[in-house]
Structure formats: structure tokens, C-alpha cells
Design a protein around this ligand. Structure first.
Ligand code: H2U
Length: 343
């Protein structure tokens, strides 16, 4: 990219969500006198008798977890969405709209080991997590009323995660939530115009270069089936994306080798995160993929996104406040610089 984008404020467009981010690279040099948090040392035991996700332990509602050996999925005891509810809508006035929303929430324990995180797990064990995601997407997606399945992992106390035991969540519901809906619209528009997926063409430009775009500037690494990169339009300082090389609408389209490839990329990226600030790197991560509304959705190219909050150390995090809340997301360090650091 031209040098002016390393030196001067500019806006970058996110074609997936049809939104903009303000980049202010010149500010990366400013002194920091803001919040610095002290890190508590990580002294987790392999099994914590007080953890409600550990194998064999009793959960908050009195149910007991089995002595699971690898991955364990259960219905969230305090789910935000409920299955057995009436229907109902408030639609008389265009300024006051509401509709009852059916859904289901599940918790997925990645490992019986309380003291592990994804980057510390064996790739074969992460592959079992991928398999569980595929099973859940398939089975929940087949429910009559479920039109979207959101798979995610929220990691770290700084992200509001309630328990350090390695786990993720799955929320399945009637409506397509806002973020995937934005991506749905943008990808469909692109597909109708070009006959290729937006992310396929984006990936080709990132890997091979294009007019004005230097090849691999934001690419972190690749394996046979996936590429990890810092997207051109990243909002969070070390935001990243894992994209399959082959356009696939949903994770159920992966073959055996591709499932291994996703497990490998998940591990490799999170290992790089941990190394960056020598800490167990917090983030919210998840998969955006085709809705489960019965349509084919050839426009969709599934991908995994990572939104980590850390900015300049294990304790200094980025706050999405002020201008970001009122106007537009903003970042200082460029996505290219972030990619260089992560590499
Ligand atoms: P988080 O740490 O990302 O908040 O996820 C933990 C989830 O586990 C949370 O959604 C559920 C909470 O509702 N949970 C149970 O289902 N049973 C329990 O006994 C405690 C927590």
C-alpha cells in the first residue's frame, strides 16, 4: 500500500458489513497514561472442584456433568433464548416494534482439563471441538424454527467471561442477528454482481496482490485449506480472520482434511496471540456462516473472526468509547503493522 496510508488519517471500508473504520496511524506514537491492570498469575489446577464446567461436577442448577473425556455439550442452564414460549408481536406502531424470539442456548466444554486453553490443546483435541460445532450446526439448524446458529467463544475475564474453563457457546434462534445479516446482504449483492464470493476474491487479492494491494501484507499464515489474516478493515487492534481457501457457505461443507485445517489454524492463531504480549490472550471469536433457513446460500463464504480487546500489552486494552460509540470505530496501529507484529 502507498506510504500515505501509513502516515495519515484515513477511512477504510468493510465490504462485508458495509461500514467504515477510521485509521489514525500517526497517533500510534502518543504516550499512554491510561489504565494499566495488574495480571493475576494463572494457577489453575487441571480439575477444579468448584468449577461448574469440570467433568463430574454439579452445575448451578443441581445437574451433574458426566465424566466426559474430550468435548461436552449441554443446554445452557441460564440461556438468553428460550424454546418454549408463546408467539407475540407488537406491530401497530412503526416506532414501537417487538416480537417474541424463540431460541436455544448451549455451552460447549472444549476439554475436561480446567487449566487448558485452545492454544495449549493438541490439534487432534481441537478437531473434536470442530466436529462438535459441525454436529450442533447440523442438528440445531434442522429445527423448524431455527434460522441462524451462532457459534462463539468468549475468552478471558477482561471479556466478561465467567469461567476460565475452556468453553464456548452456541445460540440458535428464529431471526438472523444483525452482524451475520449485514454480511448476508453484502455477500448476496456481491455474488449477484460477480458470480463469485466476496471473500474468495478478497482472499485472492490478499494472497496474490492486486492493483494498489501488496501481496501477503496482512496475511499471518496459511495451511493447506485455510488462511489467517488481519483484515484490511480490522477494527480491533489485533483483529484477525480465518478464511477457508475454498468458498463454502457453512462449516458442514468441510471435508475431513478441512476440519483438521480449521483446528490447526485456530491453534496457530491463538498461539501467536498468546506470544504477542506473553499472556493468555483474551478475545471474542466466532463463526459467521450461512443461515439455516433452508436456502442454498451460494453467496456465503464461512469464516471465523477474532476480536481481541488488547492494545499495547497484556493489561492495556482498547476501549470502544467516545468517538467510537458516537461516530465510528477508530484504530491507531494499522492492520498491516498488527499483521507484522503477529507474524
Ligand atoms: P461465559 O463464561 O461465556 O459467560 O459462559 C458460561 C455459560 O455457562 C453462561 O452462559 C452457563 C452460563 O449461563 N452456565 C450454565 O449453563 N450452568 C451453570 O451451572 C453455570 C453457567
Amino acid at each position: 500500500m502507498q506510504d500515505i496510508f501509513n502516515d495519515f488519517p484515513h477511512r477504510r471500508y468493510n465490504p462485508l458489513t458495509d461500514s467504515w473504520v477510521l485509521v489514525s496511524p500517526h497517533r500510534a506514537k502518543r504516550p499512554w497514561q491510561g489504565q494499566v491492570e495488574k495480571l493475576a498469575p494463572d494457577t489453575r489446577p487441571p480439575h477444579d472442584p468448584d468449577c461448574y464446567l469440570c467433568a463430574g461436577n454439579v452445575r448451578a442448577n443441581g445437574k451433574q456433568n458426566p465424566l466426559y473425556k474430550n468435548v461436552y455439550v449441554f443446554d445452557n442452564d441460564f440461556a438468553s433464548l428460550l424454546e418454549d414460549i408463546p408467539t407475540g408481536e407488537l406491530a401497530e406502531n412503526e416506532l414501537f416494534r417487538a416480537r417474541l424470539e424463540r431460541g436455544v442456548g448451549r455451552v460447549i466444554c472444549f476439554s475436561p482439563r480446567h487449566d487448558l486453553t485452545i492454544p495449549q490443546m493438541e490439534t487432534a483435541a481441537i478437531r473434536e471441538v470442530v466436529d462438535a460445532w459441525v454436529e450442533e450446526y447440523l442438528s440445531l439448524g434442522a429445527w423448524d424454527f431455527v434460522n441462524y446458529v451462532q457459534i462463539f467463544e468468549n475468552k478471558g475475564a477482561v471479556m466478561g467471561c465467567s469461567n476460565p474453563h475452556p468453553h464456548g457457546q452456541i445460540w440458535a434462534q428464529e431471526s438472523i442477528p444483525d452482524e451475520p445479516l449485514k454480511k448476508q446482504k453484502a455477500q448476496l449483492k456481491y455474488w449477484e454482481k460477480h458470480g463469485t464470493t466476496l471473500l474468495n476474491d478478497y482472499l485472492q487479492a490478499e494472497l496474490n496482490g492486486a492493483p494498489g494491494i501488496t501481496a501477503r501484507e496482512r496475511v499471518l499464515f496459511e495451511n493447506e485449506h485455510f488462511v489467517a489474516l488481519v483484515p484490511f478493515w480490522a477494527v480491533w487492534p489485533f483483529e484477525a480472520m480465518i478464511v477457508p481457501k475454498r468458498p463454502m457457505p457453512r462449516i458442514t461443507d468441510m471435508n475431513d482434511a478441512e476440519r483438521d485445517g480449521l483446528a490447526d489454524a485456530y491453534k496457530q492463531l491463538t498461539m501467536r496471540y498468546d506470544k504477542l504480549f506473553q499472556t493468555s490472550f483474551p478475545y471474542s471469536a466466532g463463526i459467521h456462516q450461512a443461515p439455516t433457513d433452508g436456502a442454498a446460500h451460494p453467496e456465503w463464504h464461512f469464516h471465523m473472526v477474532f476480536y481481541p480487546p488488547l492494545l499495547r500489552s497484556a493489561t492495556v486494552k482498547k476501549f470502544m468509547v467516545g468517538y467510537e460509540m458516537l461516530a465510528n470505530p477508530q484504530r491507531d496501529i494499522t492492520p498491516e503493522k498488527a499483521a507484522e507484529l503477529l507474524r
